[in-house]
Design a binder for this molecule. Structure first.
Ligand code: AMP
Length: 300
């Protein structure tokens, strides 16, 4: 079994959705990723929290076995994000983004994290993502995410960072924006030509597409009767995907495809409740059972 490092946002979120709302709840890409990954492998997290960040959230992460020595507490307010979902849940508006201590975030890997084996660079400035990669002494497999803000504002730095990772995990709109290709197969070709041999394009309720040397693999999203809060689904997908790869300790095409399904499993649990609440009492046996349900869903 390999270990997993994640670097990204630690947040307090306000979320409004048709099913209800939540205020000042645990969020942030690094938290969703770390918790999802922790179902499979040892996880180390790097991020920054303000002095208003409740200790109980760090206790929850630690309770999941996550190494939080890399979460630095800075003097100032925690990063806060607010979002409102439309009736369809496919669309959301960002209501506010208050960077707080995240504004001056300069990720520094504790000495003990430098030998991390799987590395996930969540959505932060591409130059910071690159600096994390450079601090890691021997990453076996590095993956990253990004967002429209960096695609628009820092495209040069972003391309340079993408060229250095093994895998890019992004959503369909970002893939189209990044590549200028509306066709996702061509968008994936474009990204793979830049460097990463593996590309995962997330398509929300339509599932995810994997592109690698073996070809294309399509995973559906799990058909849920009720989705309460889609926030963090993408990061939970990435956490399940990387965690499963770490647990298997090899990355042949079949292992990567199983990891895509584990990513889809963790994303499907994430959206059943607000914030990270569904993960609080999620059992490994439930994860395995849903993995088998995925098998049944796609076997014919
Ligand atoms: P997702 O639903 O996968 O886009 O992830 C949502 C999470 O990302 C929320 O918990 C937010 O706190 C966090 N987030 C939102 N905007 C940003 C940003 N600009 N940088 C880093 N994290 C963000």
């Amino acid at each position: 079994m390999l270990n997993v490092l994640v670097v990204g946002s630690i947040a307090l979120d306000d979320v409004e959705a048709p099913a209800g709302s939540a205020k000042s709840v645990l969020g942030g890409a690094a938290c969703y990723f770390a918790v999802a990954s922790s179902f499979f492998a040892p996880v180390r997290a790097v991020g920054v929290a303000g002095n208003d960040f409740p200790q109980e959230h760090l206790d929850f992460l630690e309770g999941r076995g996550i190494d939080v020595a890399g979460i630095h507490r800075a003097d100032g307010p925690t990063f806060r994000w607010g979002g409102r979902y439309h009736e369809s849940l496919n669309r959301r508006d960002t209501l506010f983004t208050e960077l707080g201590v995240f504004e001056d975030f300069e990720p520094k890997l504790p000495e003990a994290y430098r030998d991390s084996e799987l590395v996930f660079l969540a959505n932060i400035h591409p130059s910071l993502q690159l600096s994390v990669l450079e601090q890691a002494t021997n990453p076996h497999f590095a993956a990253m995410d990004t967002m429209d803000f960096w695609i628009e504002g820092t495209s040069e730095e972003l391309r340079r960072t993408i060229a250095r990772v093994n895998c890019l995990i992004i959503n369909d709109e970002e893939a189209q924006q990044l590549t200028g290709e509306s066709n996702l197969v061509r968008a994936a070709d474009w990204i793979r030509a830049l460097g990463p041999e593996t590309v995962v394009i997330k398509r929300g309720e339509h599932g995810a597409l994997l592109f690698d040397a073996e070809g294309i693999f399509a995973a559906p999203a799990f058909p849920l009767r009720e989705v309460r809060d889609p926030t963090g689904a993408g990061d939970s997908f990435a956490g399940g995907f990387m965690g499963a790869l770490a647990r298997e300790d090899h990355r042949d095409p079949q292992a990567v495809r199983r990891a895509v399904i584990y990513g889809s499993v963790l994303a499907s649990f994430c959206v059943e409740r607000f914030s990270l609440d569904r993960f609080r009492n999620l059992e490994g046996a439930e994860v395995d059972a849903r993995f088998e349900e995925f098998r049944a869903l796609t076997r014919f």
